[in-house]
Write a protein that binds this ligand. Structure first.
Ligand SMILES: [Zn+2]
Length: 140
């Protein structure tokens, strides 16, 4: 039964036409996983680095009530940096999900095929150039 179901799903995917083959999708999946690992490592390093520097800075000050404010500011900076990276992580997670669903490489907004060179340059790209430009203008 499950096999028949899977076959029907495959057929419907084929019907939408020209979707990325599994081998190619797998290649991007691998790159996305690596990208995510690198990003997480980078966030760890930055986070540790920032907090470390704040701690060093506060140690050189006289112990006072200012210490708490100082540390809080440092954390805010760390969070602000992470926010940018969190957005990238979300894009990677969304792309991995789209590979799983068999719709990777299609523009999230208009459904057109995202050019392969664009995916090669940034595997977590979720929109075609036109839609991405519009999206960035809206959010800017
Ligand atoms: Zn589009």
């Amino acid at each position: 039964m499950r096999g028949a179901q899977a076959e029907r799903n495959m057929a419907s995917v084929d019907f939408t036409g020209g979707l990325m083959d599994a081998v190619t999708a797998q290649k991007y999946k691998h790159r996305l996983v690596l990208e995510r690992q690198a990003l997480l490592a980078q966030m760890d390093a930055q986070h540790g680095g920032r907090i470390g520097r704040v701690e060093v800075a506060s140690e050189s000050l006289d112990k006072s009530e200012d210490d708490n404010a100082q540390i809080q500011t440092g954390r805010d900076v760390a969070f602000a940096i992470n926010e940018h990276e969190t957005a990238a992580l979300n894009a990677i997670a969304a792309s991995l999900q789209r590979i799983k669903e068999g719709v990777y490489g299609l523009c999230l907004t208009c459904g057109t095929h995202i050019p392969i060179p664009r995916l090669d340059a940034a595997p977590h790209t979720q929109r075609c150039v036109a839609c991405q430009t519009r999206f960035e203008q809206q959010t800017a």
